[in-house]
Design a protein around this ligand. Structure first.
Ligand code: NAP
Ligand code: ZN
Length: 353
């Protein structure tokens, strides 16, 4: 077994506390990673808050992991000791279904094994996430971090990045299009940078007045206060595509109204309560409301390479692991610019948080 330590929530809504545990014995196909950085995704907070009361505890969250390979199994060919690698939201899948065979493990018919909050397929043990010092993972579920990217700023790409990249690619966002990004948080700000790199014109819808200048600096063409119907009026029927990244209940209909006929709005945020949809919002104009869930492993590597090429990383606030509860409190208040990243080699005394 590989001994590990991290910060866990022991029960629903609990503060995170130091926790020791063991990871599986590395197999011939596994690599062992010393974790350098782990982003804090809003999904981590949703998990700990467990609104649906169906989660497994204790939990160590964390699925935006960047680290260094410190051990390789005898059959590992993809990585070597010392490589800078990353692990995102999933660490295994059935590998035989049509989706897995197509490299879309995120849609595995048995559902992929998640980085935390599930059970390891080999050992049957609970999986603990990246707010910890190491990870044991099959080489096929790890990806390589381009050398051009700052390692800490790259960590959020492993969930926030792939979650926005995948739909931007699937629905072929391209030059000449005007697209909307709703919510300028972890996902939203990376979406702006990526869509800009893909040549689109971006309109950001934010509920935070103070984010306007940042949105423009990330590449937005226009910033609209989502609460202000007057500011939205001129955009009616004009957008080619919308990515909705909002983590809380909100009105979908006002955004569907801004789409062109036959255009698509893609939901990414997992509001803890149902959202209401007026049928007429999609019936008129033959519009589509779709969802998207992270991306496959090959697509995650493609996304990292795209970011390496365009020098795209997240805007981050680094913190030591001991401060994770402060980060959660601030994330609850929508007070983060724009992603917290845990620095595993930092302590409270030398942290910049
Ligand atoms: P985040 O950093 O907290 O950003 C969410 C943004 O939503 C906030 O920055 C805020 O943007 C907006 N917002 C928050 N509360 C709001 C409210 N009451 N009304 C209107 N807007 C509000 O979260 P994140 O990590 O980007 O994650 C966003 C959502 O995506 C979460 O629900 C997360 O669980 C989900 N997610 C889904 C996937 C997937 O595969 N589909 C993957 C990862 C995360 P403004 O301040 O600009 O308004
Ligand atoms: Zn996430």
């Amino acid at each position: 077994m590989v001994r590990s330590t991290g910060y866990a929530a022991q029960s629903r809504g609990a503060m995170l506390e130091p926790f020791s545990f063991e990871r599986r014995d590395p197999s011939d196909h596994d690599i062992v990673i010393d974790i350098l950085y782990c982003g804090i995704c809003h999904s981590d907070l949703h998990y700990v808050e467990d609104h649906r009361r169906n989660r497994i505890f204790p939990v160590i969250p964390g699925h935006e992991i960047v680290g260094v390979v410190n051990r390789v199994g005898s059959s590992v060919s993809k990585f070597q000791m010392g490589d800078v690698v990353a692990v995102g939201c999933m660490i295994d899948s059935c590998r035989v279904c049509r989706k897995c065979q197509d490299g879309r493990e995120n849609m595995c018919v048995e559902r992929p094994t998640l980085t935390y909050g599930g059970f390891d397929r080999l050992s049957g043990r609970p999986n603990f996430g990246g707010y910890s010092n190491n990870y044991v993972v099959d080489q096929n579920y790890a990806v390589r971090v381009p050398e051009t990217l700052d390692k800490a700023g790259a960590a959020p790409l492993l969930c926030a990045g792939i979650t926005v990249y995948s739909p931007l690619r699937r629905w072929k966002v391209r030059p000449g299009q005007r697209i909307g990004v709703v919510g300028l948080g972890g996902l939203g700000h990376i979406a702006v940078k990526m869509a800009r790199a893909m040549g689109a014109e971006i309109v950001v819808f934010t509920s935070s007045l103070g984010k306007r200048d940042d949105a423009l600096a990330f590449g937005a063409y226009e910033v609209v206060m989502s609460t202000d119907s007057v500011q939205r009026a001129h955009l009616k029927g004009s957008l080619d595509f919308i990515l909705d990244t909002v983590s809380a209940p909100h009105d979908l209909n006002i955004y569907l109204d801004l789409l062109q006929p036959e255009a698509i709005m893609c939901l990414l945020g997992v509001a803890p309560e149902p959202l209401s949809l007026s049928p007429i919002s999609i019936i008129l104009g033959h519009k589509a409301l779709v969802g998207s869930n992270i991306g496959g492993i090959a697509e995650t590597q493609e996304m990292l390479d795209f970011c390496g090429q365009h020098r795209i990383t997240a805007e981050i606030e680094r913190l030591p692991l001991e401060q994770v509860n402060v980060a959660y409190e601030r994330l609850r208040r929508n007070d983060v610019r724009y992603r917290f990243v845990i620095d595993m080699n930092s302590t409270s005394s030398n942290g910049t948080f």
